[in-house]
Design a protein around this ligand. Structure first.
Ligand code: PLP
Length: 360
């Protein structure tokens, strides 16, 4: 039974139609209104996207009760992360200061990928025994550094799907000196139900100047291929970031689809419920099989498999199921994207078959 209450046909993964449970996309596909908005915008897409960009920036500013100066659009939130890092490194260089990027490990690695070629020192702080951020050690790495620090924190974290409670983050951000810049990546925030999570956008609204929150339309809004994301921060920080963003970076299709998606409240609700149903299907099976998993607050689940993750991943692939890779140093854990409930039933059938074979 699907989230809408209708009987969904069983999914059978095949070579030509594999289950794509590897990139944390929204398998429901985009909102019908977003699709229509793209179709309607196509005849005008020979023009530059300025009008659609402006409308989206205004819509986002209104959504967060902020000013348009607090928003920067990105060609996906990846571009925003890249631009923020470039701006922060440039600022340090102008002031002839060293710069480091402090990241938890494992986490989504784009901040690291963009910072490394710019010469920033990369400091990776392993997750603690509960696979949560070791904020005390991260803080020590920052306070003991003679230069500027960029701190990247993904909330909920990828690949663990767990949240970091606002209470443990906000104190540090508020007390940190101006040469410490926080990137809070909230790519999966719309999936969260735990009230201990609070968006860091609230800090920006309260006037905090050393934090950029990144968000995306690639995840719950299912627009990954249209490449649209954004950053929210103090106006001066946004202006600094904009220096490193490519001009006209947002394409018309992405911008109009994002606008339509923000207006389609039902779609977000259905997507969230679908992920909740899918999560319950997976965690029930993991419980039955005695496979440990972390409490997921996103559209993926980080769970243990017995034996080598690479072998498990290859075997899943042979059964036309693509699952995420291993994320060292969290060895023995696999990241599984939550597709539709019918897709997760299909995944569970394969997983249980693997147990019969003694593979998990
Ligand atoms: N941040 C996180 C935590 C992600 O997992 C991803 C994509 O997987 C992104 C950012 C990048 O998303 P996009 O560039 O599509 O907005």
């Amino acid at each position: 039974v699907s989230v809408s209450g209708s009987i969904a046909a069983a999914v059978v993964p095949t070579e030509t139609a594999p289950l794509l449970l590897n990139f944390n996309e929204n398998s429901l596909g985009m909102s019908a209104q977003a699709r229509q908005a793209v179709i309607d915008a196509l005849p005008g897409a020979f023009r530059y996207p300025d009008a659609a960009r402006e409308a989206l920036i205004e819509r986002l500013a209104a959504h967060y009760q902020l000013k348009t100066e607090n928003i920067t659009l990105g060609n996906g939130s990846s571009e925003t992360i890249q631009a923020v890092i470039q701006a922060a490194v440039a600022r340090a260089q102008q002031q002839q200061k060293k710069v480091q990027l402090v990241v938890p490990d494992p986490t989504f690695n784009y901040a690291e990928l963009y910072a490394k070629p710019l010469g920033a020192e990369i400091v990776k702080v392993p997750l603690n025994a509960q696979l949560a951020f070791d904020l005390d050690v991260m803080r020590q790495k920052v306070s003991g550094f003679d230069g500027h620090s960029i701190v990247y924190l993904c909330n909920p974290n990828n690949p663990t799907a767990t949240i970091t409670p606002a209470v443990s983050l906000e104190g540090w951000i508020k007390e940190a000196p101006a040469d410490t810049l926080f990137i809070i990546d909230e790519a999966y925030a719309e999936f969260v139900s735990d009230p201990a999570f609070k968006s860091a956008v609230g800090l920006v609204s309260a006037g905090q100047k050393n934090v950029v929150v990144t968000r995306t339309f690639s995840k719950i809004y299912a627009l990954a291929g249209l490449r649209i994301g954004y950053g929210i921060a103090d106006a001066a920080l946004i202006a600094e970031t904009e220096n490193f963003v490519s001009l006209d970076n947002t394409n018309t299709a992405g911008a109009v689809a994002a606008l339509a998606s923000l207006d389609d409240k039902t779609f977000v609700e259905v997507s969230r419920k679908s992920a909740d149903v899918s999560r319950a299907i997976v965690t029930k099976a993991l419980d039955e099989l005695g496979l440990e998993y972390l409490p997921s607050q996103a559209n993926f689940v980080f769970h243990k498999v017995k034996g080598e993750v690479k072998i498990y991943q290859d075997r899943m692939k042979q059964h036309h199921v693509m699952v995420g890779r291993e994320f060292p140093p969290a060895l023995g854990w696999s990241r599984l994207t939550l597709g539709t409930p019918a897709e997760m039933e299909a995944f569970v059938r394969v997983l249980k078959d693997f147990r019969e074979k003694g593979w998990v």
